[in-house]
Ligand binder design. Structure first.
Ligand code: MAN
Length: 352
């Protein structure tokens, strides 16, 4: 593997650390297609991942099949004949039938725990989290986990025929959860809450999409109570001609450094190549961007980052910090979960 000079990601030698075959599907007749995009948190002295498990039934010859949930949470299978001219499966992630969009897999979230941050296992005492209600019938994805006063807040992508939105749940013990419904309506995703208040207010990054005027940009919002978000400000746009020309979205909770809030984000170009970069935000006025990566700090280079369910993707929504070391967990090619170490100072220096 040859890394670009700007690539600061010290990949784990054990990568990929988790593959679809490492977990059992929810049902014996289903298969896990992708294990990806984990939220990360520490709990009970362990390093934990909240992984996204994307599943579907093993397809019959000549058919595509995928599960959707009813409002009450029961899974039903939709199946289409591959040769049906109304079917468009050109994107492996999204399927279009007769002009209507569906996801090709149904995602839920599971907690995995580890002593060393490399070997993770499922602990049956923590229940899986599934989509619930009308806004999550196509599943829940890509949770960010923010810890505020001993309560973990999960902000995740909630998908349904109504659109892609941001749902929130919270827990103190990973066994019982409070549900807040949607905190941001469609179309919005990539939402993460800062882990401390700034001048008495909560802050979050989020990513609304506007297809004609505007684009897929990172916004900042404020809240008095974590549920009601306002005073929205666009802080980072996609940059024409650069590696993040098509879309950008926040990763895990911003890291407080003396220089400012360091946010690791993903950026993709028109070819859907997903890389990671960094933003540095003012500590007191986080809507002020002090610096931003010119080149990615990590880009698809390893074979598992270049080929898979959806190749050329490095996507992160979880990390932990220990002193100067930042360990990022990421979905590679939307197929497997990997880890990489960075130096916080190294990232700050790369911003010039
Ligand atoms: C979107 C989301 C992510 C996924 C990337 C790359 O941003 O669906 O879950 O990892 O695309 O496919």
């Amino acid at each position: 593997m040859t890394l670009a000079p700007n690539d600061l990601g010290g990949r784990f030698t054990q990568n990929p650390i988790l593959r679809p075959c490492d977990l059992k599907p929810s049902r014996p007749d289903w298969q896990i297609e992708c294990l990806l995009n984990p939220g990360v948190f520490r709990f009970n002295g362990k390093i934990c991942l909240l992984v996204r498990v994307a599943e579907r039934p093993a397809p019959r010859e000549g058919y595509v099949a995928f599960p959707v949930l009813s409002e009450s949470g029961e899974a039903q299978i939709l199946e289409f004949q591959r040769k049906d001219p109304r079917l468009d499966i050109s994107d492996p992630r999204v399927l279009r039938y007769d002009g209507v969009h569906y996801l090709t897999t149904l995602s839920h979230l599971r907690v995995l725990t580890s002593e060393d941050g490399v070997v993770f296992r499922e602990d049956p005492s923590y229940p899986p989290l599934h989509g619930r209600g009308l806004w999550e019938t196509f599943g829940i994805e890509d949770a960010r986990v923010s810890l505020l006063k001993e309560v973990y807040y999960l902000t995740y992508t909630a998908v349904s025929p109504n659109g892609v939105a941001v749902g929130m749940r919270s827990t103190a013990d990973w066994k019982s959860f409070s549900e807040y419904g949607l905190i941001l309506p469609p179309h919005n995703k990539d939402c993460v809450i800062f882990q401390e208040k700034i001048n008495g207010r909560y802050f979050a990054l989020h990513r609304p999409s506007s297809p004609e005027i505007g684009g897929n940009y990172i916004w900042l919002a404020e809240s008095p109570d974590l549920v009601h978000w306002g005073r929205h400000v666009c802080i980072a746009r996609a940059r024409p001609g650069m590696w993040d020309s098509a879309r950008v979205g926040a990763g895990a909770a911003p890291i407080r450094t003396p220089a400012g809030w360091l946010e690791i984000y993903h950026g993709a170009n028109a070819q859907n190549r997903y890389c990671l970069g960094a933003l540095l935000l003012d500590l007191e006025m986080p809507w002020k961007v002090i610096a931003r990566s010119t080149h990615p700090i990590m880009e698809p280079a390893a074979p598992y980052e270049q080929t898979g369910f959806f190749g050329n993707v490095i996507f992160t929504n979880g990390h932990f910090v220990a002193g100067d070391r930042l360990t990022i967990y990421y979905g590679a090619s939307d197929s497997v979960i990997c880890g990489a170490n960075f130096s916080v100072t190294g990232i700050l220096n790369s911003l010039g």
